[in-house]
Design a protein around this ligand. Structure first.
Ligand code: COA
Length: 164
């Protein structure tokens, strides 16, 4: 099988949105059960897929963002979204790259494709003059964390939450 990483087009939005729905279901089935406190916080409205489609369109059109898809002979099997993000204004470094989503369809995992997508995002950041790429990963997603660590990501800060 031949895989190509390419920039997403507007016409890819329905297919990417389908993958996003599966991504959310994967998290519902594998990540949330490991920490039930997450459940009420990650509920989505019925219209969430429309919101996501608009978010995709915005990022596909923006010069400060990128959406990559993995194309396997016309079938999309993964996607990744990255964009420039402002840092707090007190710092000299004004913006960094941010990996907002990465998803590979089940059945195509453990073939180095996730790693390939990260390489593409890294290249995109370099071409945009960005010095760092950052992401947020759930504590209970060890598979993704393992991949990120292998690629060179390290913990810079950790978000803490409490119920009030
Ligand atoms: C996280 C995710 C994107 C990783 O994608 P992937 O394509 O499986 O990633 P890779 O194949 O590059 O690396 C994963 C594993 O495959 C192994 N691998 C890498 N290249 C390989 C190859 N050529 N052949 C076989 N295995 C390989 C790696 O060693 C790694 O194994 P590890 O668990 O021991 O580290 C994927 O599991 C996914 O979509 N998960 C659901 C969505 C998600 O959680 N996204 C992250 C949100 S923060």
């Amino acid at each position: 099988m031949k895989f190509v990483v390419r920039k997403a087009k507007i016409k890819d939005i329905p297919e990417i949105t389908k993958m996003w729905k599966q991504f959310m279901k994967d998290h519902d089935d594998t990540v949330i059960p490991k920490d039930p406190r997450m459940k009420p916080q990650l509920k989505r409205p019925q219209t969430a897929h429309n919101t996501f489609s608009k978010f995709l369109a915005k990022n596909i059109r923006s010069k400060d963002a990128t959406v990559f898809v993995l194309d396997c002979s016309g079938t999309l099997i993964g996607y990744a979204i990255g964009f420039k993000k402002k840092t707090p204004p007190v710092f000299k470094m004004k913006e960094i790259g941010y990996l907002s989503d990465i998803y590979i369809k089940r059945g195509y995992r453990s073939k180095g494709l996730g790693s390939k997508m990260i390489d593409e995002l890294r290249e995109w950041c370099k071409n945009k003059g960005l010095k760092y790429l950052s992401l947020i990963v759930y504590e209970k997603n060890p598979r993704a964390q393992k991949l990120y660590s292998r690629k060179g990501f390290y913990f810079h800060s950790r978000e803490m939450r409490m119920k009030v």
